[in-house]
Design a protein. Sequence first.
Length: 101
Amino acid sequence: MFIGKIVGSTVATQKLDSLRGWKLLVVEAYRVDPASQDSLLPTGRTLITLDTLGAGEGDFVLVCQGSSARMTPETKPIPTDAVTIGIVDTVNMGGKVVFQR
């Protein structure tokens, strides 16, 4: 699981029936700044996730990947490798607020 920021969305008019009605988000992975541990930094890595929460562009989200992405009741029958499972409100590191929604 990792924190990512929604930077866009994807539209696919031709797709599997099991994916119809699902929003596909473009998410950039983030990490805590290793030097100061007081901010989140983009990693430069992006991926497409299945949105189960109604998250939107600019939101920081929790992303689950791999076989774990298909372990939610909503995604069990869907061929996905990444799913948003939470919208981040706050990130704390060492007693400091690194991110606040």
